[in-house]
Design a protein around this ligand. Structure first.
Ligand code: PMM
Length: 287
C-alpha cells in the first residue's frame, strides 16, 4: 500500500473528492481513557474489530499499550501478547490492520501476524529500531508529533506558535526517518492532538491544518473523544457524548484534505464523512 493515493490533498492544495480513510480504534488494554478494559479479552477484541469493519472502518488500529496522560509503560512482552492474536484473526479475515505501538519488537510481531501499517505515536523517537522494521516491510508508517512519554507530556505543552513549532519538529522527524531508510511514499504525519498539547493548541493545529500539509505528506487526525472535545460539553458528560464532536471534526478534517481520521465510533464518522463528500460534490456541480 502506498499512501500517496487520490485520498491525499492534490499538489495545488485542494482536497481530493474521495473521503479520508477511517481508522477504527481498538485498544486491547485495561486502562485506555475511553475503551480501556472493554476489549482485553481477545474474543471481545476480535468481535469489536469485526464490528468496526462492518460499520465502515477502512483500517482497524490495534494497540496494546495506553498512551493516556500520566500513564506508566506496559511491559513489551505483555503488549505483544495482547495484540498478536487479535491482529492474526482480523488479518486472516481480510481486514486491514495497523499496529499502534512505539516498540520495534511489537511492530515486528504485529507485521508478522498480518498488520500492514505501523502507527507510532512517538514518530520513531521512543525506539528508533521501529523505523527499519517498517522500512524493510515496506508498509506505511504514521509518525505522530511527540515530545515525550505520557508521564511527562503535560509539562511539555509549551510553544511559541504551536503550529509553526509542531511543523518544524515534524519536519525534523521527516528528515531523520528518510535518512533511516523510510520510503517517502510510505510516510504519513500526525499533529498528535492531546499529546503535549492543551485545548487551544489542538484547535490551532486543526484550524491551520494546511500549514502542516505544506510539509508534503498525508495527514492522519486523531481527535476522537479527547478531552478538548469534552471541554465543550457540560461537566460530567460521559465520554461517548464526545462522538458527535468527533464526527464534526472528521467532516471538517475531510474538507481540509486530511488523508485519514482515527476514531472510536466509526458509524458517526462515516455518516459525517458522507455528508462532507456530498457537500463537496454539490460544490463541484455548480462549476
Ligand atoms: N491517539 C491515541 C492513540 N494513538 N495514534 C495516532 N496516530 N494519533 C493519535 O492522535 C493517537 C494515536 C490516544 O489514545 P486512544 O487510543 O485511547 O484514543
Amino acid at each position: 500500500m502506498t499512501v500517496h493515493t487520490t485520498q491525499q490533498a492534490t499538489p495545488e492544495g485542494s482536497p481530493a473528492l474521495v473521503r479520508p480513510l477511517v481508522f477504527g480504534v481498538l485498544n486491547v488494554t485495561p486502562d485506555s481513557f475511553s475503551d480501556g478494559g472493554r476489549f482485553l479479552d481477545p474474543d471481545a477484541a476480535i468481535a469489536r474489530g469485526l464490528e468496526l469493519s462492518a460499520q465502515g472502518a477502512d483500517v482497524i488500529d490495534v494497540g496494546g499499550e495506553t498512551t493516556r496522560p500520566g500513564a506508566a509503560r506496559t511491559d513489551a512482552g505483555e503488549e505483544a501478547d495482547r495484540v498478536v492474536p487479535v491482529i492474526r484473526e482480523l488479518a486472516a479475515r481480510g481486514i486491514r490492520v495497523s499496529i499502534d505501538t512505539m516498540r520495534a519488537s511489537t511492530a515486528a510481531a504485529a507485521l508478522e501476524a498480518g498488520a500492514t501499517i505501523v502507527n507510532d505515536v512517538s514518530g520513531g523517537l521512543a525506539d528508533p529500531g521501529i523505523v527499519p522494521v517498517a522500512a524493510n516491510a515496506q508498509v506505511p508508517f504514521v509518525a505522530m508529533h511527540w515530545r515525550g512519554h505520557s508521564d511527562t507530556m503535560t509539562s511539555r505543552a509549551i510553544y511559541d506558535d504551536v503550529v509553526a513549532d509542531v511543523r518544524r519538529e515534524l519536519g525534523a522527524r521527516v528528515e531523520a526517518l528518510l535518512a533511516a531508510g523510510l520510503d517517502p511514499a510510505k510516510l504519513v504525519l500526525d499533529p498528535g492532538l492531546g499529546f503535549a498539547k492543551d485545548a487551544d493548541h489542538n484547535w490551532q493545529l486543526l484550524g491551520r491544518m494546511t500549514e502542516l500539509q505544506s510539509l508534503g505528506f498525508p495527514l492522519l487526525i486523531g481527535a476522537s473523544r479527547k478531552r478538548f472535545l469534552g471541554a465543550l460539553l457540560p461537566d460530567g458528560a460521559p465520554v461517548e457524548q464526545r462522538d458527535l464532536g468527533t464526527a464534526v471534526v472528521s467532516a471538517l478534517s475531510a474538507t481540509s484534505g486530511a488523508w485519514a481520521v482515527r476514531v472510536h465510533d466509526v458509524a458517526s464518522t462515516v455518516a459525517a464523512l458522507d455528508v462532507a463528500a456530498a457537500w463537496r460534490r454539490g460544490a463541484e456541480a455548480t462549476r
